[in-house]
Each structure stands twice: as structure tokens, then as C-alpha cells.
Design a protein around this ligand. Sequence first.
Ligand code: ATP
Length: 234
Amino acid sequence: MALLKIRQLTARYGQITALEDISLEVHAGEAVALLGANGAGKSSLLNSIMGFVRPVAGAIEFDGQPLVGVSIADRCRRGIGYAPEGRRIFPGMTVKENLEVASRAARAVTAALMEEVFGIFPILRTKEHSLGWQLSGGQQQMLAIGRALMTGPRLFLLDEPSLGLSPILTTEVLDRVRAIIARGTAVLLAEQNVARALAVANRAYVLQTGRIVEAGATGALRENPRIREAFLGG
Ligand code: ATP
């Protein structure tokens, strides 16, 4: 059974259609990439799954249960974690407080989860008492991911982790995402950096102006002439 199942989802902002007739699935433990250029609809899709955007049509099921009418906090408690685009960490709180606040919101067990997060991102342990704004861009991205993990998610939604990071830091962050996947957490990764995302995911969906235009295993997509031309430099 799919952990996440989306059927014919449509979302709009006033007159603008951000998502049109989207159907996709993510299975337990699977890493799925959501690819597409700026404005393709990746964030809108993740925001719809998390409950920040209310779709006008279609259905989203998580773990066999419809998510319609379920609050953002309850989606979190049911096992959906989210690291949004732009990180949105709390700049005036310490690293530790940023992590604690998320587990409290999800009513998860703080100490054990924090140990797990520090195991994945040792740098965060050394910065435990630093304020959010004092961290580098890469460390802030790690904190945003760590904060999402503090809710103990079975499905982790990750939006544009490479945004604003150097190639070296992107490699470091995506290596850590691989470690999260290896522990059995399903990941839905939205990325404009297609080559990077294909190197992390098992499968991918390609979005263009709110519609899925390609889907498949990452190996096949890498060889797909349309994908090569549009995203991988020919
Ligand atoms: P990006 O990487 O730039 O975030 P994206 O693939 O995540 O791109 P979305 O942010 O989901 O794309 O945007 C999809 C479409 O919806 C775009 O046309 C965008 O301009 C529009 N859009 C997104 N958010 C809003 C909003 N709050 N109000 C109006 N239009 C919006």
C-alpha cells in the first residue's frame, strides 16, 4: 500500500492554477524526487500535502486515510515532516530550542529524537547553544532538516535543500538526506537541481506549469532525451 497517494489534485491561487490533475504515490521507505523549473508547482504540491495550501479538487491519502479536513498539526502527528523552501528556522532560538519546539508540537519523544538528529548532523551538536541566525547557510539547512526529523516522520517532505548552497555544501546536505533514506524514512524531495536530485532518489516526477509531464525510475529519466535536453545540459 502506498504511504502517500495523491489523486487528480488541482490547486489554485485566485486565477492562477498552480497544480492541475496531479496523481502520484510514495511508498514506505522510498525516495521520490519532484523535479521542475522555478514556478513549476513543486512547493505548491508539498504545501498541499502538509495542509498549507487547500486544493480545489482531488484527494490526498496518507497511510490509507484521507487528509481532507486534517489540521497541519495532526498531519505532523500522523507522520509527515516538512522542511520548507527557505528553511524557516527560528533565528532568535538556539539550535536546541529549534529542535525541541518541533518535537513538542508533534508530541514526540524529544531526547531520543535529538540524539538521532545529532547522529545525522554532528555539527548541530557542537552548535547546540548557537542562535539560528548565527549558523551558516548549510548549517541552517541541516537544522531545518533536523527540525523536521524531530517529529519522527515516516514521510519527509524536503523543498529545495540545495537552494543558495555551494556545490560542496549541497553534496554534504544530500549525503545526509541519503542517510535519512537509508534509515527507512520515505522522502519526497523537490529540487530544481535535477542531476543532484536524480542521484538521491529512486523515482521521480517531472512537473511543468503545474502538470506531471514525465515520471519514472531515475535511471530511465537520466537517459530520457527530453529530460537530458531540458535539465541535464543535453
Ligand atoms: P519555486 O522553486 O520557485 O518555489 P515551484 O516549482 O515550487 O517553484 P510554486 O512555488 O509551487 O513552484 O509555484 C507554482 C505557481 O504558483 C507559480 O506560477 C507561482 O507564481 C504561483 N504561486 C505560488 N505561490 C503563490 C501565491 N502565494 N500566490 C499566488 N501565486 C502563487
